[in-house]
Write a protein that binds this ligand. Structure first.
Ligand code: G3H
Ligand code: ZN
Length: 297
């Protein structure tokens, strides 16, 4: 089976994209795995520090490795937005396939310094673990938001600059690069005339993606995928994005299905029955995103 970097490079060559989806339990993991398996496309599972703290890094790693070996299927585990060397060490010890070292809130110089240290540490433990670095502010967490986060990179002067991207990638020696190109973590929900909250898509700066790609020539990762329009996703992939992260959309599908499951079956107490609609809801979101990312529709 191909390793993760080979799969990313082949996605890059074929102008398709690998989907990255977050989990904090085995049910969402199974839903993502089944979606990818039905479409026979590679997939990356992510755990943020919070999600990893809930599920446990060893358990997450054991499950993903087992799904991979038992099914001979390209499913990989990424330590998403890892902010400290201490958490990096835990991810390395647990056997993660990739780690995002996220010092994006620090100054440009400090981000380079800390990311470089993280790369050196990770590669000293295993050359096979991929390391991603992030430059630019994308908001904080995968939530439903009533307003845009302060300091979010929106205008072209706030987005990641190709010249800085080039220095960052060269100095840190990262394998994968996450720039700020207009997306953000979470989904902006605004009320319409009837008072119903609707997602307001975040426009991506496709030109900036192309400029960065032409400058750094490193696989690019788009964070904050939830709430992006299909047209922007396709254009972003054509412009050089190779991995797309989706989390909020999964959380929304999971919670909405759980709420209606509890309301419609008030006497039910079996978790596997209560959670079945959440499993199906997540599976359907992931499947439609994977179809789009892999140009299967
Ligand atoms: O790392 C996780 C993602 O970037 C998810 O962002 O919740 O906006 O889909 P999202
Ligand atoms: Zn992210």
């Amino acid at each position: 089976m191909d390793n993760l970097i080979d799969l990313i490079r082949s996605a890059e060559k074929n102008k398709v994209c690998i989907g990255h989806f977050n989990v904090s339990d085995s049910i969402v993991l199974k839903a993502i795995f089944e979606s990818a398996k039905e479409l026979t496309v590679p997939v990356i599972i992510g755990t943020s520090e919070g999600e990893a703290g809930f599920i446990g890094r060893d358990l997450a790693s054991a499950m993903v490795q087992r799904l991979r070996s038992e099914n001979k299927f390209p499913i990989f585990l990424n330590s998403d937005h890892t902010h400290s060397l201490e958490e990096v060490k835990k991810a390395v010890d647990a056997g993660y396939d990739a780690i995002i070292f996220d010092a994006s809130k620090l100054s440009f110089e400090e981000n380079i310094k800390q990311t470089k240290d993280a790369v050196e540490y990770i590669k000293s433990k295993s050359e096979n673990i991929l390391v991603e670095g992030e430059l630019g502010y994308l908001g904080d967490s995968s939530k439903l938001l009533k307003e845009l986060p302060k300091n979010l990179a929106i205008n072209s002067e706030d987005l990641t600059k190709p010249e800085e991207a080039a220095i960052f990638v060269k100095e840190t020696k990262i394998d994968l690069f996450a720039p700020a190109v207009g997306s953000m973590h979470g989904m902006l929900m605004l009320a319409d005339k009837e008072g119903k909250a609707n997602s307001v898509p975040r426009p991506l700066n496709i030109k900036r993606i192309s400029e960065i790609k032409n400058t750094v020539k490193t696989p690019l990762v788009l964070h904050g995928g939830s709430g992006t329009s299909d047209e922007d996703f396709v254009a972003a992939i054509d412009a050089g994005i190779n991995i797309i992260h989706i989390n909020t959309e999964i959380r929304v599908a999971w919670k909405n299905a759980l709420e209606s499951s509890l309301l419609t079956n008030k006497d039910e107490i079996a978790p596997y029955k209560i959670l079945k609609p959440s499993f199906e809801g997540v599976k359907s979101v992931v499947k439609s995103r994977l179809q789009l990312f892999n140009k299967l529709v």
